[in-house]
Design a protein. Structure first.
Length: 426
């Protein structure tokens, strides 16, 4: 990927407005000045004998404007002053560093972390999303040193090819390109550029595995029960299994399989959102645990999950608030790491000769149980927190999504059907 040096960029920038400006632009401005008090951007660009995009990129940042609604108007006198300063030397030298890709990346990440820059859903970026945006700082130096409007689609495609040659996964490459798209969306909204080189690039195909581990109610019951047992290594070394730790390992899986909770919803779940008396929990009640597009819902508690939650609540001293699944040690985020939990639990199951299951697979298991328990697709989609219900053969999509509604008492009936299904098959 060949990128001009910063000195070369400065030289090209200085040549964008020739030092020996002809009289044609001045004569045109004098004529306009006698006829009009204010000029639009398009009229200003024509008066300066340049394209509108060139005017927006190189002239507009250095010329004061008068705003009237969305309209930007310019005085011919200010345009003449810009011509005089351009003849004396390039006005862009003062802001050249800010207009490089590296400068805009720093500004974008700061704005995202402060909640000023918004994502495509017009919401502030979450801390995890800001961490993904930090990958922009690790772009090639020759690309970061380029002006933001000098990066071409070919440069971005070359970056994709380079990452593929390094062995980066398709999802990782997609994350980098999506961060670039977010950066250029931020820059276009602030009129730093009209360019978007990452829009139509070709991304590698993400190969998604179709197979998911689905456990029967009896299998899942045995998996949870095995977390209280000692592994062969613990038996050999005489190490006991702490029941309190076993309960902490089992509860997130129970929330995923019996309660349809996502990993981020488990991390932020608070006791304020759990009602053991009415056998219901409020998932995604905290904004940090809410999936974009909305996934807030009230889920009925199946008996196995209600028993585990009661045990954890008693073990924590019957708190009124606080994390349902607190971290084992103090962490900056204050949340339990679901990744380390799954690695630890997977090792325990494998050591006991059992086939492990992940938290996301436990959610697939939950959807399968709801379906086999005879619960309607509309109620299932509400319990799972899906924005739209899945298509079913023989049922029109518009009927499921717009004309089917959940009647009062259906969630309680769903809990009764699920409990009956689990008891019959456990």
């Amino acid at each position: 990927m060949k990128m001009p040096s910063q000195a070369g960029q400065r030289e090209a920038w200085s040549r964008s407005v020739p030092l020996g400006i002809g009289s044609r632009c001045r004569d045109r401005l004098d004529t306009v000045n006698a006829q009009r008090l204010l000029l639009t951007r398009a009229e200003s660009a024509r008066a300066l004998s340049m394209s509108l995009s060139h005017f927006q990129r190189h002239v507009q940042p250095g010329v004061p404007c008068i705003r009237s609604g969305r309209l930007r108007l310019y005085r011919p006198l200010d345009l003449e002053r810009w011509l005089e300063s351009a003849a004396a030397g390039p006005i862009g030298d003062r802001s050249l560093g800010d207009m490089t890709l590296e400068g805009v990346v720093g500004r974008f990440i700061r704005a995202a972390s402060e909640g000023v820059a918004l994502n495509k859903w017009r919401r502030p970026y979450r801390p995890r999303a800001v961490e993904d945006l930090e990958s922009l700082k690790r772009l090639p130096r020759e690309m970061l040193g380029c002006r933001i409007d000098a990066v071409t689609p070919g440069d971005v495609q070359g970056l994709i090819d380079e990452l593929s040659e390094r062995g980066c996964s398709a999802s990782r490459i997609g994350s980098v390109v999506n961060a670039l798209r977010a950066l250029y969306r931020f820059a276009r909204e602030r009129e730093l550029t009209s360019n978007d080189p990452a829009r139509n690039v070709r991304l590698p195909l993400v190969l998604r595995t179709v197979h998911h581990r689905i456990a029967t109610p009896a299998e899942f019951h045995d998996l949870l029960k095995a977390l209280w047992k000692r592994t062969p290594d613990e038996v050999r070394h005489g190490v006991g299994r702490d029941p309190r730790e076993a309960l902490g390992d089992a509860l997130p899986y129970a929330l995923a399989a019996y309660g349809t909770a996502r990993a981020q919803e488990i991390e932020v779940l608070d006791w304020r959102h759990v009602n053991l008396a009415t056998a219901g929990i409020e998932l995604a009640g905290d904004e940090d645990g809410r999936k974009p597009g909305g996934s807030w819902r009230v889920v009925p508690l199946a008996e196995p999950l209600r028993a585990l939650l009661s045990g954890e609540w008693a073990a924590q001293g019957r708190p009124r608030s606080g994390k349902v699944c607190p971290p084992k040690r103090i962490r900056k985020s204050g949340r339990k790491s679901m990744r380390s939990l799954q690695r630890r639990v997977r090792c325990r199951w494998q050591a006991q000769g059992l086939e492990p299951i992940g938290l996301h697979e436990a959610r697939h298991t939950a959807a399968t149980w709801l379906d086999h328990a005879g619960i309607s697709a509309k109620v299932c989609s509400q319990i799972m927190g899906h924005k739209t219900s899945e298509y079913q053969p023989g049922a029109a999509r518009i009927t499921l999504e717009r004309y089917t509604h959940v009647l009062p008492g259906e969630l309680e009936h769903a809990r009764e059907r699920l409990n009956r299904f689990l008891s019959e098959r456990t």
